[in-house]
Design a protein around this ligand. Structure first.
Ligand code: FAD
Ligand code: NAG
Ligand code: NAG
Ligand code: NAG
Ligand code: NAG
Length: 494
């Protein structure tokens, strides 16, 4: 870990060195620090600015993937929306780059990291359940683990992410696919309102009726319109669920693929999910399949075929929903440089699964020639009704996809050497393009299907994620941020 961190620091310093003179860097660094001091002087005493050397600074700058991290001049932990607004105005005035971090799970450089002011939202950490309205108001500094376990106490849940450690911010403002999505849609479909700090410092509650443009843009449009402090989401009654992880060795790969193809062609019960990830590391293949049913037991033997396959390990039980999301060991692969890619498909047929197997082996071998240490190809089946749960349009998934849902192949590459960044991104894009073409050649209608912005690699064209909506999103951004303050932060920029 330490070695990885210092390697990426060396490369970032190296890159800056190429593009600017040392004097200029010193001047800029001093300017950034001056903005840090100005923020500290202007905000209330509850909000804090931290510098290198403090444990809070380290935590604020930390990310799940080291490729998502940079060394900031300081970090800022605002305690209330007013102080977020003061900071945004000072950042705009000084033209100081900044980042907004919720759960820190974006692996893309600069999306939630910066050489300037790192804003970490940890102080927005409350979950307030309103039983009458059947909503929960959730702080943007939380990870879903905390949200689900807090709501478990009331026997309810919300639609967030399906993996431990993922932040509320990037999920609610980006998409949010989870085990409940066949029943209730994505996180963005379940937002009732958001508290937004606009780039000029004004704090507003955004709903579909108060600000239809911003309500549309924020759900999928991330940090283009300001900083969100809390989100209010619909809640759903949640019983104990059945499921967890079952792990198979490579010898069972074809048998598992057959069982998955049988499952997706037979099961249309929206309470049932199968999600399978195949890892390739140092020549060893490991298959981990998550089985999920939204009730204490599953009906009609739907998982019997997968359960009967010889397996090396299992963690399956009737359990709290908050506990189920711990079953995939996602924290174990943190600290690597990382990229994701995303391929929408219509159906996981046997030939499609065979093709994904070949891609896993082909690129697994290819990547181990560089510093690729862990690659995964994930199968994420959903029902065609996936995108039909929304009352109001959202930036993502855009109206182009509305009504027609997809299943997905998710590509993950993890590596250690920053010098391999380009080759990894290039190979990931090559593999994704191959898989998409394979689906198109098989007659699946996915030529124009949009890529999930949360799992798109750096450099993805906006039109590939937002389709025809790009120009209207640009107009909404210009209206709320005429001075382009949010242009000082990274991420997908409208
Ligand atoms: C291990 C792992 C598992 C995952 N599992 C899932 C999953 O099950 N389902 C799914 O849909 N996705 C999943 N993802 C993708 C995930 O949705 C994205 O990585 C998401 O951006 C993470 O959100 P975050 O808040 O943790 O990230 P961050 O890196 O903190 O933020 C991501 C982006 O959102 C912006 N942002 C965050 N909060 C705010 C805010 N309050 N105001 C304005 N802008 C903000 C940031 O500036 C940044 O650009 C997973 C990713 C990983 C690495
Ligand atoms: C994963 O890491 C997060 C911190 O980012 C922690 O809160 C969570 O409990 C961890 N999950 C597991 C299963 O250890
Ligand atoms: C396996 O994948 C590679 C890389 O995409 C491709 O060139 C090759 O033709 C595939 N092999 C088979 C048998 O499909
Ligand atoms: C194919 O998908 C597009 C969306 O990308 C949709 O507009 C079109 O109607 C679909 N065509 C068929 C034949 O289903
Ligand atoms: C800030 O911007 C919003 C949106 O454009 C606007 O409604 C509001 O009046 C502005 N506030 C100030 C103080 O200028």
């Amino acid at each position: 870990m330490t070695l990885l961190r210092s390697l990426s620091f060396a490369v970032i310093s190296g890159l800056i060195g190429l593009s600017a003179s040392t004097d200029l860097i010193r001047t800029r660094r001093a300017d950034y620090t001056a903005t840090c001091q100005a923020i500290a002087a202007a905000v209330s005493s509850a909000s804090k600015v931290y510098y290198s050397g403090s444990s809070q600074y380290t935590k604020d700058n930390e990310h799940w993937a080291s490729s998502g991290s940079q060394t900031s001049a300081c970090s800022f932990e605002p305690a209330n929306a007013q102080d977020v607004g003061i900071a945004l105005q000072l950042l705009g005035k000084d033209q100081t780059p900044f980042a907004v971090r919720s759960g820190g799970h974006s692996p893309n450089s600069g999306f939630s990291s910066t050489p300037g002011v790192q804003i970490a939202l940890f102080s927005f950490s409350e979950v307030v359940y309103d039983a009458n309205a059947q909503t929960a108001t959730i702080g943007m500094g939380l990870i879903w683990d905390n949200v689900y376990s807090e709501l478990d106490k009331y026997g309810v849940t919300v639609v967030g992410a399906k993996t431990t450690g993922v932040g509320v911010g990037g999920t609610v403002l980006g998409g949010g696919y989870t085990y409940l999505s066949n029943q209730y849609g994505l996180s963005v479909d379940n937002v009732v309102s958001l508290e937004l700090v606009m780039p000029n410092g004004t704090v507003a509650s955004i709903t579909s009726s108060s600000n239809p443009d911003l309500f549309y843009g924020l759900r999928g449009g991330f940090n283009n319109f300001g900083i969100v402090t809390t989100v209010t989401m619909k809640t759903y009654t949640q019983s104990q669920v059945w499921g967890g992880r079952i792990s198979y060795a490579a010898a069972q790969w074809d048998v598992v693929n057959t069982a998955i193809a049988n499952f997706v062609s037979a099961v249309t019960d929206p309470k049932a999910c199968v999600y399978s990830t195949t890892d390739y590391a140092s020549g060893v293949v490991a298959i981990m399949t998550i089985l999920f049913y939204d009730a204490p037991t599953y009906p009609n033997g739907i998982f019997n075929e997968l359960l009967a396959i010889p397996h090396v390990d299992e963690d399956i039980s009737t359990r709290a929903y908050s506990n189920l999301i711990q079953t995939l060991p996602a924290n174990a692969s943190s600290g690597l440089r990382a990229m994701f890619h995303w391929v929408p498909i219509e159906q996981f047929t046997s030939s499609m699964l065979q093709m994904v197997k070949n891609q896993t082996l082909f690129y697994g071998k290819e990547l181990s020639q560089s510093s690729g240490v862990l690659i995964s190809y994930d199968l994420i089946p959903f029902l065609p009704s996936l995108y039909s749960h929304s009352n109001t349009p959202s930036a993502f998934p855009s109206s182009r996809d509305a009504g027609q849902g997809y299943s997905f192949i998710e590509v993950y590459y993890g590596w250690t050497d920053p010098n391999d960044d380009n080759v990894m991104l290039q190979l990931g894009a090559e593999s994704a393009a191959y898989m998409k073409q394979f689906a198109v050649d098989a007659g699946q209608n996915v030529s124009n299907a949009l890529i999930y912005p949360n799992c798109a690699p750096p450099g993805t064209a906006l039109a590939d994620m937002y389709g025809d909506a790009v120009s209207s999103l640009h107009s909404i951004r210009s209206a709320v941020d005429p001075g382009n303050v949010m242009g000082l932060t990274g991420g997908w920029r409208f």
